[in-house]
Design a protein around this ligand. Structure first.
Ligand SMILES: Cc1cc2nc3c(=O)[nH]c(=O)nc-3n(C[C@H](O)[C@H](O)[C@H](O)COP(=O)(O)OP(=O)(O)OC[C@H]3O[C@@H](n4cnc5c(N)ncnc54)[C@H](O)[C@@H]3O)c2cc1C
Length: 392
């Protein structure tokens, strides 16, 4: 059965982009779709072999300049990767996704020449990953005011505190730490970002336990106990760390939207196929019921609408005209619509939707992360409402 998402992407993207998507889709079918159930049942994170294969395909270097060994691609390519990998597993897709959009991007956008030369080639090759250390046990949505501190000591800085929910922590060589450096500064001007090696003295990582979503993704908690870093570890400007984080998050939110739409695309194909195969009340399929058709139609409309919207925003991102509200809106809407519809899709399929091998429950559970990750939808509405309250 032809995938509905392929139908739309072949019309919405240029031929070379669709060719790229097709290569990643075929890789995803062969390497992820065929194994994801086993990885889930074995309770393993993305295996090293799969990470190495994604690295060989160049997936960790998509938007990194060719001068640093990357593919020189753009936001559309990154989102196409999210759609292709996320169709089988958001938690596999977020591995290169976060490594790029939260790990490499801050270095690419805000790093010095020396920082870029030191990190980007290995990041592009998938030989190292950098964690985005924004969230803390006591600071989630209120991320502008971290409890983690960095205090000057001569030319060095001493970092103290804890970060959590750090995606890719298991594989990370470094973490970008967002730390309070000027408690009396203006709002948004109190913090600085530091590139800290995970093997620095005083850095302790442990995998967070009990997580029931994004099962194959590493999510760590990282402690900093009087960690000393040199002045050259500062990423961007001193006391402008929140700007580094915010600059990074625009692209990250587009990527999260791609994961939500990947799950919706999977659920649409699974449901429309099942609706034609499942026979009840005589010899006709459940797809003849209008209430079943309504769910499938709504999924199809949402997929086409939000893919069109997302791909347009990717072009605005690359043109430098993407505003924060637009990136937030497509993330909020795609995650909400996809998770609402996937729940209905499960209802259409009935009891079988509860089985892991059917696949829908994985997407249902993972879609919750797209609602809270990279800014919870509720909190992002504070941003979205701003222009609506001006000039009225
Ligand atoms: C699997 C996973 C991976 C993650 N990866 C990373 C990562 O790599 N790096 C990183 O730094 N973080 C990461 N996060 C953290 C994520 O960004 C936070 O969960 C998110 O920012 C929300 O913060 P919180 O969970 O502390 O919720 P809180 O800030 O405590 O908010 C709880 C709820 O309160 C409500 N709320 C909060 N503020 C407002 C507001 N202003 N208006 C209205 N309602 C509001 C919302 O309903 C919100 O969901 C990850 C999270 C998960 C679950």
């Amino acid at each position: 059965m032809a995938r509905r998402i392929d139908h739309y992407l072949s019309r919405l993207t240029h031929e070379d982009k669709f060719d790229f998507y097709s290569v990643v889709r075929d890789f995803s079918d062969a390497e992820i779709g065929s194994q994801i159930l086993k990885w889930e049942r074995d309770k393993v994170l993305v295996p090293d072999e799969a990470i190495a294969k994604m690295g060989e395909l160049g997936l960790f270097g998509i938007p990194i300049d060719e001068a640093f060994g990357g593919q020189g691609g753009d936001m559309t390519d990154l989102v196409l990767m999210g759609l292709a990998l996320g169709y089988h597993s958001q938690s596999v897709a977020i591995t290169p996704g976060a490594a790029i959009s939260l790990g490499a991007k801050p270095i690419q956008l805000c790093g010095t020449d020396a920082q870029k030369a030191e990190h980007l080639p290995d990041l592009a090759a998938g030989k190292r990953m950098i964690v985005f250390g924004l969230s803390e046990p006591g600071r989630g949505s209120d991320a502008a005011n971290p409890e983690v501190t960095a205090v000057r000591d001569g030319d060095d800085w001493i970092i103290q505190g804890e970060k959590c929910w750090s995606t890719n922590a298991k594989w990370a060589s470094h973490v970008v730490v967002h730390a309070l450096t000027d408690p009396n500064g203006a709002n948004g001007k109190r913090s600085t970002c530091f590139i800290v090696p995970m093997d620095a003295e005083g850095v302790f990582y442990q995998e967070m336990s009990g997580k029931r979503v994004w099962l194959q993704s590493s999510t760590g908690s990282i402690m900093f106990d009087q960690v000393r870093v040199p002045g050259s570890a500062v990423l961007g400007e001193v006391n402008d760390g929140f700007k580094v984080m915010v600059t990074t998050l625009n692209g990250g939110r587009l990527f999260i939207a791609s994961l939500a739409l990947a799950s919706l695309a999977f659920a649409l194909d699974k449901t429309r196929r099942y609706a034609e195969e499942r026979i009840q009340f005589g010899d006709k399929p459940i797809g003849r019921f209008q209430r079943v058709q309504d769910v499938i139609i709504d999924m199809d409309i949402a997929l086409e609408r939000n893919l069109t919207w997302l791909l347009d925003l990717c072009q605005r991102h690359d043109a430098g005209t993407l505003d924060r509200e637009s990136a937030a809106k497509v993330k909020v809407d795609s995650s909400r619509v996809a998770s609402d519809l996937v729940l209905l899709a499960m209802e259409v399929c009935g009891g079988v939707a509860c089985l892991d091998e059917f696949g829908l429950i994985r997407h249902h559970d993972d879609l919750f992360v797209t609602r809270v990750g990279e800014g919870s939808n509720f909190a992002l509405k504070d941003l979205i409402v701003r222009p609506l309250r001006e000039n009225v």
